[in-house]
Ligand binder design. Structure first.
Ligand code: ADP
Length: 457
């Protein structure tokens, strides 16, 4: 039997007022695979431990199959946990390690169950060895076996693969997904690795500073991030984030001023781009995934594409593709929560938020990549005539060395056979269907929040 797990406004405050989880609400269906994703310290393990009954819930309610779980001890919840540091009994064979929980529950002859579990995990040959005689990956399989053999009502997995080398990790990842499918047991899986989350979860719950940011299918989280944090946390290479100002004079075309260059949106505006008029005159952050930009001349632009250009700073050859690091003269916006350790908790348990808005923080940390590209040096570009001019080439970097340090403000994905060298000036076409705009609070305003085209989430 697989469990439904429901968290309703669940909060965890540790000693000294540390608010590890703040009003977290999520309904997990029986048999569903949900991944809790976020940077270290954002509260993922605390959520998992509350579900397991290893931590009390400070406020809010945890329901298991619709019943309040507050009074249920961990042993009564019928859940199995797998941790990063697999704890196997060193003096027991692997067979005994897997059978031990069953013996504790006095389930009679445990042999057939242990054998079935070992077959499922492909570890039949290892049963008579001791944990010390296994590789890390094999040990983790035994640990998973021990969790599975009890036929738990839910698997709670806390970074179970992070101690395993990369190649084996991919393999075990696929196995964890297969086990969830075959056993149809509700699985809650904690990771800070977005690629792991994307490949495993039916749904991903993205957390930041104890607060749930977004829940959705991997596809939805990638294609329609609710805010700048989710947009930046999910996807490799990371989404390009550029500081911009929206100009939407009436009458007149809507343009997105990126500093040196601007994007003139084609008429008639799509309903999503229509919404941008509300941002008239406001600073925003534009998000462009690396695949939303292609190298092509303006004359080749398709209906929903806009032209700009950039200077190649670095070509990152990856075998199956190449990433071009370009300088477009824009200001790259940084998301501090992703760049370094998280901010500390202020007295009283609330996290510091000195600057008030995401944009405020972004601006403080924003890097003017090259001299001459700062907003103070953009000049008066408020006039529509200037903005509607053909794409302005980015000013050449002052020196090659400087450019190398700067590293570019736009990463573009391209085929591996691309023939460009650093210093080359390349024309770019931006796919406007895949352009995101975030407001000063970091919320996505374009595509409009209600926009859900063709998504399964
Ligand atoms: P994650 O799993 O996302 O890395 P955790 O849930 O482990 O995050 O921790 C969330 C926050 O709660 C962190 O600030 C962490 O230091 C704090 N924390 C975790 N466990 C305890 C504890 N037992 N006592 C006090 N603070 C804790």
């Amino acid at each position: 039997m697989s469990r439904a797990i429901s968290l309703d406004g669940v909060t965890k405050v540790y000693e000294r007022g540390i608010r590890a989880v703040d009003r977290f609400s999520l309904d997990i269906e029986p048999g569903e695979f949900v991944v809790l994703l976020g940077p270290s310290g954002c509260g993922k393990s605390t959520v998992l431990r509350m579900i397991a009954g290893l931590e009390s819930v400070t406020e809010g309610q945890l329901l298991l199959d619709g019943e309040d779980a507050a009074e249920l001890a961990p042993g009564q919840r019928g859940m199995a946990m797998v941790f990063q540091n697999f704890a196997l009994y060193p003096r027991m064979t692997n067979r005994d390690n897997i059978g031990f929980p069953l013996k504790l529950e006095a389930r009679g002859d445990v042999g057939p169950r242990v054998d079935a579990t070992a077959r499922l995990l492909g570890i039949e040959d290892l049963l008579d060895r001791y944990p010390a005689q296994l590789s890390g990956g094999e040990r983790q399989r035994v640990a998973i076996g021990r969790a599975i053999s009890r036929e738990p009502t839910a698997f709670l997995m806390d970074e179970p693969l992070s101690n395993i080398d990369a190649k084996l990790r991919n393999h075990l990842r696929a196995e964890v997904a297969r086990l969830n499918r075959e056993l149809a047991v509700t699985t809650v899986y904690v990771t800070h690795d977005q690629a792991e989350a994307m490949s495993l979860g039916d749904r991903i719950a993205v957390m930041r500073d104890g607060v749930l940011q977004q829940v959705g299918s991997p596809r939805e989280a990638y294609a329609l991030p609710k805010n700048i944090f989710v947009a930046a946390f999910i996807g490799t290479p990371r989404i390009n984030l550029l500081e911009a100002v929206v100009h939407a004079p009436l009458p007149g075309r809507v343009t997105i001023d990126l500093g040196r260059q601007s994007l003139t949106l084609p008429e008639p505006l799509s309903p999503d781009h229509q919404m941008l008029r509300i941002q008239q005159g406001r600073p925003v952050i534009v998000g462009l995934r690396s695949e939303a930009v292609r190298i092509a001349r303006p004359s080749l632009a398709r209906a929903r594409e806009c032209a700009m250009s950039g200077i190649v700073e670095h070509v990152e050859y990856l075998g199956h593709e190449a990433l071009l690091h370009l300088n477009t003269g824009s200001r790259a916006a940084l998301v501090p929560a992703l760049e370094g350790p998280r901010t500390d908790t202020a007295p009283g348990g609330h996290r510091k938020n000195k600057e008030g808005t995401v944009l405020g923080r972004l601006r403080d940390r924003a890097v003017a990549r090259l001299p001459g590209f700062g907003p103070e040096e953009r000049g008066d570009q408020g006039a529509v005539g200037v903005l509607e001019a053909p794409p302005v080439p980015a000013a050449p970097p002052q020196s090659a060395e400087r450019a190398a340090i700067a590293g570019g403000d736009l990463v573009v994905r391209t085929g591996p056979d691309v023939q460009v060298r650093p210093g080359t000036h390349v024309p770019l076409l931006i796919d406007l269907e895949h352009l995101y705009v975030f407001d000063q609070q970091g919320r996505r305003v374009c595509p409009a929040p209600a926009h859900q085209p063709g998504l399964d989430g």
